[in-house]
Design a binder for this molecule. Structure first.
Ligand code: M6R
Length: 366
């Protein structure tokens, strides 16, 4: 089943262009989005929604956190993200006009399912599941649903499920923006074109594998790594750090780069590689100032730049040049590069990539 691949994780990373085009098949020829792709009731529910609450665990929660940036910017609707194991036991204030979105690859994660039950018990009726398994428990219990078509994900480290979740959440963003009268027809067409082009853009990132692999030796003998990002790429830094710790057992932490001075800068020395997600977006200049703070303390920077980022390699500054900047959807491209980084570091370390110690693919107990 693995074909030419050495591990399921590697296969699943490389399946992402196909997983994305399968998930986005319904927009292949569409000039306009229809809410029905989220279920028959979506056309009635979306115009009523006054805020969004996203609930998930692990990687799925980072998809939610990325979507928070999209939903607030594009749809102009307040969005919060909660970890399911916290939300389910927390005394929260329910708002019946809030759309509760649960995200889960498996659809069987105990905490996410319990959090959904908790939301419903509190009176939430606008519920939506984004899930990769159509017959799973979570999907059966929500008013609305969107099934990602990543195909079976075997590797414990989530890869193609994440990027397809992001594509689903971008569709949700556009539909909420439409319902909120915040999306012009021209913008809708432009965003749909970008989504349709996404598989090709991901292919170009996959082609960078040899250069990313070349960095793996710099990480494999380290005990710690720091990941930095800002704005919609901060959740991508979180996901990159999770991938690295999960499969290579290197302690990795992610911070929004603006937080450096508030503590983590004290950790920086030449023994702790600092990975920076540095696309050419509106936060780039701020991020460059943060990189300077790291360099000034002898830190080693590993920068994932893209078209126009103009970060120059120098002593202690390693730069991977990604393709053209991809605007709002750029997180989808940058995470693929970080997946490849963690995969290759794990290969050098010789860990069990597909079945990391102590972890299960689906966490069906609390
Ligand atoms: O199936 P789910 O999306 O609900 O799973 C949630 C997490 O357990 C999962 O994303 C976990 O963090 C992965 N192992 C990350 O790679």
């Amino acid at each position: 089943e693995l074909g030419d691949y050495s591990h399921y994780m590697q296969k699943e990373i490389f399946e992402q262009p196909q997983a994305l085009s399968n998930t986005l098949e319904m927009i292949s020829g569409a000039g306009q989005l229809q809410p029905g792709i989220f279920g028959a009731e979506a056309a009635d529910i979306f115009p009523q929604v006054d805020s969004v609450l996203i609930i998930a665990c692990g990687t799925s929660s980072y998809a939610g956190l990325t979507a928070k940036y999209w939903i607030e910017q594009v749809a102009g609707i307040a969005c919060n993200v909660e970890i399911a194991s916290e939300y389910r036991y927390r005394q929260s204030v329910a708002n019946p006009k809030q759309l509760v979105v649960v995200i889960s690859q498996s659809g069987e994660t105990a905490d996410t399912l319990a959090a959904l039950h908790h939301a419903k018990a509190q009176g939430h009726t606008y519920t939506l599941a984004i899930c990769n398994v159509p017959e799973s428990a979570i999907v059966r219990e929500t008013a609305l649903r969107f099934i990602t078509r990543a195909g079976p994900e075997i590797g414990v480290a989530s890869t193609k499920a994440f990027t397809t979740q992001l594509s689903a959440l971008f569709l949700l963003t556009l539909l909420l923006a439409k319902a909120n009268h915040r999306l012009s027809e021209d913008d809708e067409k432009a965003y749909l074109d970008e989504l349709r082009h996404l598989p090709i853009a991901v292919d170009k990132v996959l082609a960078l594998e040899p250069s990313i692999q070349a960095w793996s030796n710099h990480f494999a003998n380290k005990h710690h790594a720091l990941f930095l990002g800002r704005g919609r790429h901060y959740p991508i830094a979180l996901e990159g750090a999770l991938k690295l710790k999960e499969i290579s057992y290197i302690h990795a932490e992610a911070y929004p780069a603006g937080e450096l001075k508030h503590g983590p800068l004290a950790l920086v020395d030449s023994e702790m590689p600092v990975v920076v997600v540095a696309p050419n977006d509106e936060m780039l200049e701020k991020l460059k100032a943060n990189m300077q703070e790291v360099s000034a303390r002898g830190g080693q920077l590993y920068v994932f730049a893209d078209g126009g980022s103009a970060v120059k390699p120098s002593d202690g500054v390693h730069v991977l040049q990604m393709p053209e900047h991809y605007g709002l959807l750029s997180p989808v491209l940058h995470v693929v590069a970080l997946q490849l980084l963690s995969y290759h570091v794990a290969l050098v370390k010789g860990t069990d990539v597909d079945k990391p110690r102590n972890l299960a693919k689906s966490v069906t107990v609390e």
